[in-house]
Design a protein around this ligand. Structure first.
Ligand code: ARG
Ligand code: ZN
Length: 882
């Protein structure tokens, strides 16, 4: 039973209720005694009453499922009537008037901690996860981000079970415990930090060491800890770390500040990674990479997550959040920074397209459904449910827009001011925006709506071209649908980066513009309606709007097919070239879906079908871009675009038809490219080689659908790297080729001892768009490679089925929903965070056609009615039905 949330399931926390704590904590001394049968923690905390607080005000500390052994005040036992404690809370009735020490001893059972919050065990090692509210599962504390303290941590453990003892900061002492088989280490972190950044790790690892010299000449030891035997797979992570450290110096003037930076990779982890001060703990998925076991996409993810956690040292740790409503202050900003870094490392447009695809596939549906919330929410019941695409990805888009509006120099000046003003403290979105307003003199009041108003704005554009007057009129109308708690929306500040593409494909000049602020190549909309008139345009322009996806809006453009084809082959903004192709395909898919529902087929314009082969063959473009440009929208993209009364089977039919046309029209070109892109020489991981693989695998997908099925098996058997092997396997399984079963069996045998690779095997099977998939997924939950206690396995098999398999999760008989709901209820007993995340796969249920919608609703109601739900699952289920 989830004692942790008992009695708190309906408690709503509100931003408007924020008050500082009556007491501050200046120092913490932690003493961990790790044993195989349990852990004892002694926490000695120094409290100071804040100015203006009456002496004797009660001290109330947070706990979660704690087992209290002893409590002392300034070294002496406390009389029984001076305090009360439950597993969730400790209150000292009348604390002393002056600074006082509280010494609390708790007993923990990390072995049985399947929630993976607080102190837990993974692969025989001890590890902590404290963000957001895990520290209160270790000891009673003021567990909130605005309480910053200096930590000293002593760890003692049996030497054989834990040769490495790690915590935040610098190691100041270590040695044997005389007369025992135990040893200890003491760590001191001089930087005041909130409890969520605390970490402790102990266990058996392979350690990979390197060094970094900062811009000012300080030497920093770099250490990566992985499961023994996996060290050879850390080279890419270490290299990514060094490049991140350098990048933060050159781009933001930020240096690393401790003598050592450590990364520990663990197998059981709720999220991607965690930026604990000086001791990042990672899901091993984002550390380990080599050519045999990781795809090019995995390499990019490792680089991005390493950078993200490293960048948190300044945006998150040196400056943290005042409260959890401000989560985007560190997350949105840090995602923006890691995206920018990755753009610098590889092709910027390709990175941008990947980021926008992620935003549209994860954040747009969230913003359009019952779980919609502002980038900075104003209420929550369970903060772990707000580590969302909205806070992270839309949060990053908001920072990007800010930079677009004030320019690169203004942005850097604002960031410099932010670091200067707020270093060492806990800040808010208001503090952050004030730095940019003060540095540039720009009023950002209306811009702030991006943080407080949820929902994706719709921008409708109509174009009128008057050839004789040389005048182009663009009419913009901005609207937004209601979202939970926000029935009426105000117009946002929307930066539209643009160009007027002329007949030759170059951008046309103009003489005058009126109707909105236009700065350089950016039109700034800030009202519901604008008529922007360009004068002195000498040839017929095709407007290319929202270049680089300059704002997270849904832009609807009346352009005809010819204009989109023109942009697809000429726009000098690569993002909009890609976007034009996607828009064309989307139109065909939407009419195809309508036709499929009435048993008809639509004619597909031959010009469209062959346009994709033409981009594939365009050697002036980079290979990774060409690969993206010929990848058609998937069924989730189409479902999102249709938005209501969605029938996933009809969408799948339309996609099949369009794919077949594109593949047939392009077959000769695709075959030629497939041969040309074959790798010559040994495997290389760099961007150039990865681009060739991406293009070759994108054409392989088309060819397999056009009847060249043998190619998949052949490519699988010849593959000398995971990118090619997985692409071939996926193509074979998705299309249902006769070779698919053999290839799956071979893949399992090759990688049976390697859980991260077996996750790919689970994912490929979970995404197969076939009627037998549900039975197969159900059977796989009993496979020895699967473990319901391991979040990576659950995500690979079950979450992938629920979020990555439109036709089978949304089966017309409701069996997909019922299976996932059963899994949610089962997982809620083990790990509420993982269960709640899986449950959010239902978030678009209202967009389905009536029959499926009814089945989904019934499952959500079944969950809400189940006894002893965690606060995590109760919150998601409740909001989903609101
Ligand atoms: N701050 C981490 C990051 O880098 C995420 C940790 C969230 N963990 C959690 N249990 N909610 O994004
Ligand atoms: Zn983060």
């Amino acid at each position: 039973m989830d004692l942790g949330s008992e009695g708190r399931t309906s408690e709503t926390i509100r931003l408007a209720d924020y008050r500082p704590t009556p007491y501050a904590i200046t120092e913490v001394r932690l003493d961990f005694r790790l044993d195989l049968d349990g852990t004892r923690v002694v926490a000695e905390t120094l409290f100071r009453r804040r100015d203006g607080i009456a002496a004797g005000t009660p001290l109330v500390l947070d706990g979660d499922e704690l087992d209290l052994a002893e409590i002392r005040l300034d070294g002496a036992p406390l009389p029984p009537d001076a305090w009360t404690a439950t597993p969730q809370r400790l209150e000292v009735r009348t604390p002393p008037a002056d600074d006082f020490h509280l010494t609390v001893t708790t007993w923990l059972d990390p072995e049985r901690n399947t929630k993976l919050m607080g102190l837990y065990r993974t692969s025989g090692n001890w590890c902590t996860q404290c963000e957001a509210e895990g520290f209160r599962r270790i000891t009673y504390f003021l567990d909130r981000p605005d309480v910053l303290a200096v930590y000293t941590t002593r760890i003692e453990a049996p030497r054989a079970a834990a040769p490495y003892l790690l915590s935040n900061g610098n190691r100041i002492d270590a040695g044997d415990v005389p007369g025992t088989d135990r040893h200890f280490a003491v760590w001191h972190d001089p930087f005041p930090k909130p409890a969520y950044l605390f970490a402790m790790v102990a266990g058996t690892f392979e350690r990979i060491a390197d060094r970094f010299v900062t811009a000012s000449g300080r030497e920093v030891a770099l250490e990566i800890y992985v499961e023994p035997g996996r060290g050879a797979r850390t080279a890419h992570a270490m290299d990514s770390l060094k490049r991140s450290m350098r990048w933060d110096e050159t781009e933001y003037g930020r240096e690393y500040d401790l003598d050592v930076f450590m990364i520990v990779a663990v197998d059981d982890f709720n999220m991607g990674a965690m930026e604990n001060k000086g001791l990042n703990v990672f899901n091993e998925k984002y550390v380990l990479a080599d050519s045999e076991t990781a795809t090019d996409a995995d390499y990019a993810h490792v680089e991005g997550v390493i950078a993200h956690e490293y960048f948190h040292n300044w945006t998150g740790n040196r400056i943290t959040c005042r409260d959890w409503f401000q989560l985007c202050l560190k997350e949105g900003l840090t995602v923006f920074r890691d995206q920018d870094f990755s753009g610098d490392q590889r092709s910027r447009p390709v990175k941008r397209i990947a980021d926008v695809r992620l935003l549209k596939s994860h954040q747009f549906p969230e913003d359009a459904g019952p779980l919609a919330h502002p980038v900075r929410p104003s209420t929550y019941r369970e903060i772990n449910n707000f580590y969302t695409a909205t806070v992270y990805e839309k949060g990053a888009e908001v920072v990007r827009m800010l930079k677009t509006l004030i320019g690169a120099d203004g942005f850097r000046a604002g960031m410099d001011l932010y670091f200067a003003r707020h270093d060492g403290s806990a800040a808010t979105i208001e503090d952050f925006l004030a730095c940019f307003a003060d540095a540039t003199g720009r009023d950002l009041e209306r811009f702030k709506l991006w943080y407080t108003q949820s929902g994706t704005p719709d921008v409708m554009v109509s174009t009128h071209w008057d050839a004789s007057a040389g005048r182009l009129r663009l009419t913009f109308d901005q609207t937004a649908l209601p979202t939970p708690g926000q029935p009426v929306k105000a117009p946002m500040v929307v930066p539209i980066r643009f160009g007027l593409v002329g007949p030759s494909g170059d951008d046309l000049a103009w003489e005058r513009v009126s109707g909105a602020e236009v700065a350089g190549d950016v039109i700034v909309l800030d009202g519901a309606h604008h008529e922007v008139v360009f004068e002195g345009v000498t040839a017929r322009p095709v407007p290319s709007l929202l270049r680089g996806f300059s704002a997270p809006v849904r832009l609807t453009l009346g352009s005809d097919t010819a204009d989109l084809l023109h942009l697809m082959s000429h726009d000098r903004d690569p993002f909009n070239r890609w976007q034009a192709g996607q828009a064309l395909a989307m139109r065909a898919l939407i009419s195809g879906t309508q036709a499929a529902r009435t048993g008809q087929t639509v004619e597909i314009d031959p010009a469209l079908a062959s346009a994709f082969a033409a981009v594939a063959a365009d050697e002036s473009l980079d290979t990774a871009f060409r690969a993206l440009a010929i990848t058609l929208p998937n069924d989730a993209d189409v479902a999102r675009e249709i938005g209501t009364d969605v029938d996933p089977d009809a969408i799948a039919t339309a996609i099949e038809q369009l794919r077949a046309r594109v593949a047939t029209a392009g077959r000769a070109t695709f075959r030629r490219i497939h041969a040309e892109m074959a790798s010559s020489g040994p495997y290389r991981a760099d961007a150039e080689a990865a681009g060739r693989r991406a293009l070759r695998n994108a054409v392989l997908d088309h060819l397999v659908r056009a009847g060249d099925g043998d190619l998949a098996a052949q490519r699988y058997r010849q593959a000398d790297n995971m990118t090619d092997r997985l692409a071939a396997l996926t193509a074979a399984v998705t299309v249902g080729l006769p070779s698919a079963e053999d290839l799956l069996a071979d893949f399992y045998q090759r990688f049976a001892g390697d859980p991260l690779v077996i996750d790919k095997w689970l994912m490929v099977q979970a995404t197969a768009p076939r009627a037998e998939t549900l039975d197969r997924v159900r059977a796989l939950t009993a496979h020895p490679a699967f473990a319901a206690t391991n979040p990576n396995r659950v995500r690979a098999l079950i979450t992938t089925f629920a979020t990555g398999n439109q036709t089978q999760f949304n089966r017309a008989d409701g069996a997909g929903f019922a299976f996932v709901a059963d899994q949610v209820l089962m997982l809620d007993r083990i790990n509420p965070q993982v269960a709640a995340r899986l449950l959010s796969a239902f978030r678009s249920w209202r967009a389905l056609e009536p029959r499926r919608r009814a089945y989904a609703e019934a499952e959500l109601k079944r969950i809400v009615a189940a006894p002893d739900l965690s606060r995590d699952v109760a919150d998601i289920a409740g909001r989903s039905l609101e």
